[in-house]
Design a protein around this ligand. Structure first.
Ligand SMILES: [Zn+2]
Length: 458
């Protein structure tokens, strides 16, 4: 009778095991040139899936090819035991949620639970690996929670520090207010959802006038209590227009769309003529010594809005940079859980993303609402917990990867990619758009190998 594929698989596995074929493929090449392979470590607190089968197959045939070419191919397995997935799994197990409850449970105890959970599926992984015929030394793996491994990471960091590439900075990052951690661009890309939000055109009254306003536009009304400036494009044309008893300033090219009808143009000027003008902010919850002025910024365009952009330094990368460049005050009215801080009195403690409507009502009460519009857009949500993300300025540690950008770009050109479009496509684009690498994660259970890029092949 013909042998079935399952029978054949078992027969070959048994023979490999009995003969020690994998071990002998290494021992009988003693003295040959080595080709060392370190497993991009998977996380053993979850079950393997089809993606792992694909990755392991690809890794295996590279190692086999090198073995057949005569190299002694050492293949070390690894386990990534750190990172948020572990914490989330333990949170689920203990039926707790978020930092407060973790701290109530006790950090030491929590970490102990994390340690216990990381090898929950080690046996399933071993079986899976053997069933695939994937040759790797699982008897002597490297494990990210072992001190030798941790020391090697410290060593890498210290080398980076010696080169002057490690720094503490502030950066506006995509941030999950529930997990209380920033997310990498790769993580952000996993959680986009179509949602409907409100954009607002607010009236920023020019100081020394009773009826003259800059029309500032924002797609995130909840950031208005943190306003520090408004931005114009120095090279664009702006107009002063009269409508009824009020005078407004906005981009010339957008005037007919924003004002609609019954307005009269009083004056045309350049954006740079507006720079430095002072205005009354719509909300007065924070004291700003340097700010509440018009600044010039090239990122302001006339493709939408009013050509005048509301600036809240804690919630936009461009905003943050503009404030720094102009040496205006930095303010952040939102706490680490995404709620308004106490001094934003009427809204204190509320989740900011839920407050757009309330903010609009408050503007309207003060006669500072010019217009509001519903718009549909794709907004990032946390891939782990589904919370809408916020752009949030966080203090953290960064590796200055941009300092070696050109080096990496030219190295990439020397790599033979399969498929070849990856070289200038996905990977090339990633290198072209590189930003400094925020390696900090404000969590409890260590840092992961992934953070240090050691598992690209996982
Ligand atoms: Zn989250």
């Amino acid at each position: 009778m013909k042998e079935s594929s399952v029978e054949r698989e078992l027969r070959v596995r048994e023979k490999w095991e009995k003969d020690g074929t994998f071990e002998r493929s290494i021992s009988n090449r003693e003295g040959r040139e080595t080709y060392v392979f370190y497993e991009g470590p998977p996380t053993a607190n979850g079950l393997p899936h089809a993606g792992h089968a694909l990755g392991r197959t690809i890794k295996d045939f590279v190692a086999r090819y090198k073995t057949m070419s005569g190299y002694q191919v050492l293949r070390k397995a690894g386990w990534d035991t750190h990172g948020l997935p572990v914490e989330l799994e333990v949170e689920k197990q203990l039926n707790i949620r978020g930092k407060d409850q973790i701290e109530e449970y006790g950090i030491e105890n929590f970490i102990q639970k994390c340690k216990e959970s990381v090898f929950a599926y080690e046996n399933e992984w071993k079986q899976f690996t053997e069933a695939l015929g994937y040759w790797v030394d699982m008897e002597d793996p490297y494990v990210t929670l072992n001190n030798e491994y941790i020391e090697s990471v410290w060593n890498i960091l210290s080398t980076i520090h010696e080169k002057g590439y490690l720094y503490k900075g502030h950066r506006v990052v995509p941030y999950c207010p529930h997990c209380e951690t920033s997310l990498s661009s790769h993580e952000v890309a996993q959680g986009y959802k179509d949602v409907s939000d409100l954009s607002v055109t607010a009236k920023f009254r020019l100081k020394g006038t009773s009826n003259e306003y800059l029309l500032g536009w924002t797609t995130t009304p909840w950031t208005l209590p943190g306003n520090v400036a408004v931005a114009v494009n120095p090279n664009m044309n702006y107009v002063r227009v009269r409508q009824g008893s009020e005078i407004f300033v906005l981009a010339e090219s957008l005037a007919s769309i924003v004002m609609r009808e019954d307005y009269e143009i009083l004056e045309v000027m350049k954006g740079k003529d507006l720079i430095g003008l002072s205005y009354e902010p719509p909300f007065n919850y924070v004291a700003v010594t340097n700010g509440h002025k018009v600044l010039g910024a090239d990122f302001v365009t006339d493709t939408s809005g009013t050509g005048i952009v509301h600036i809240a330094p804690a919630h936009g990368e461009d905003d943050y940079k503009a404030i720094k460049d102009n040496q205006f005050d930095y303010v952040n009215v939102v706490d680490s859980k995404g709620r308004y801080k106490e001094y934003v009195a009427p809204l204190a403690g509320q989740f900011v993303k839920d407050c757009d409507v309330e903010i609009i009502k408050m503007l309207s009460k003060q006669n500072l609402l010019f217009d509001k519009q519903k718009y549909e857009h794709s907004y990032p949500h946390c891939w782990r917990c589904d919370s809408p993300l916020l752009y949030y300025a966080m203090e953290g540690w960064f590796i200055k990867t941009t300092a070696v950008k050109e080096n990496m770009q030219s190295n990439n050109q020397g790599v033979e990619w399969f498929p070849s479009h990856m070289k200038d496509g996905r990977f090339g684009n990633f290198l072209d758009n590189m930003v400094d690498w925020n390696i900090g994660r404000n969590r409890y259970w260590g840092n992961s190998a992934k953070r240090l890029g050691l598992s690209r092949l996982q």
